[in-house]
Design a binder for this molecule. Sequence first.
Ligand code: NAD
Ligand code: DAU
Length: 348
Amino acid sequence: MIYLITGGAGFIGSNFLNHFVPKFPEHTFINIDNLTYAGNLKSLEKVENHQNYHFRQIDIANSEEIEQVFKEFQPDRVVHFAAESHVDRSITGPKKFIETNIIGTFNLLEMCRKYWSYFEDKLFHHVSTDEVFGTLGKDGFFTEKTPYSPNSPYSASKASSDHLVRAYYHTYDLPITITNCSNNYGPLQFPEKLIPLVIQNLLKGEIVPIYGKGENVRDWLYVIDHCEAIWTVIENGKRGETYNIGGNNERNNLEVVKSLCQVISNYTGEDVQKYLNLIIYVKDRPGHDYRYAIDPTKIQNELGWFPTETFDTGLHKTVKWYLENEQWLKSITKDEYQNWINKNYINR
Ligand code: NAD
Ligand code: DAU
């Protein structure tokens, strides 16, 4: 099989490629990524010399470039990770989110429609988020039947792309699957997201900003568990269906940050209080969703996927990885990153 992976230089895409390229030498993996601030070829050093791996720097919003790749490689399956993914950036600058997440997805779907004969074993797998469902109160869970109710420009753009993917199945019989996953964490995550930002700041002795009161709840999943769930859906998921992915790991943000202080203190031998003193409370995110929580019953019962990491084991692995990969972190936190930190946090 020839797999076209979009956004494979980002956090989840690079974990996916590092995990599956060596595992499946019989498949070819083509990574297309335009290397935005979030895309980094250093994350793929493990697989860059594998014979079944190829990279092309391509913008999915550019239909001519996508067509070239379809002509050159004739992919059987598309696994679509590429996106603008950070909620705060979608608040300060939504346009890119529309271009990549909506137009980019549309371009890929159009190319599949043009180049695929559907009786073959083709598949467009769309990687999406639980944020399309909006926010939960104190109770309840997102299921595959929860109505869409996105609240940020990011989640609205992902919801639009989900609807396009679904429409191509119903209108054109394009074989598709969609997964909606909760918050991921693990190695290779860009330090704009809560967990890597906090790890980095604690290690550097810099302040740790918590939005609002730190009471918002997220449902955390270790990234390799997410990648395995995606592979399970690609292999065995029913075409035309969506699957929610989550590991029943709800924590509020303050709990997450305190756990990180403790794990880092265990590694460094420093007093945990030294880290706790770095926590500050800053102005809340506009439209901040209160709580996300996934009901993973469908993927568990129908496809037999279960997570393997607990939040404890996953956090330990993640902290250890960041401690051992200081160079990776340094290489991606230069000019653009500092501009973002100033824009989002200074005078907040
Ligand atoms: P990321 O921001 O780390 O990586 C995105 C990648 O896409 C980068 O390599 C970037 O260069 C690339 N990209 C962006 N615009 C592009 C364009 N126009 N053309 C080609 N490549 C482009 O994102 P991530 O956290 O790895 O998320 C991957 C996917 O998973 C996204 O679709 C996201 O919505 C979804 N998702 C993420 C999470 C999470 O917690 N991170 C949870 C659920 C779903
Ligand atoms: O739920 C899945 C989504 O999870 C993905 O679709 C998104 O791509 C991904 O970015 C993530 O979105 P969140 O907004 O939940 O993740 P983030 O790491 O930005 O924030 C997690 C929580 O921490 C959220 O409640 C906001 C809060 N936060 C975040 C940052 C960056 C802070 O309190 N302080 C911070 O500095």
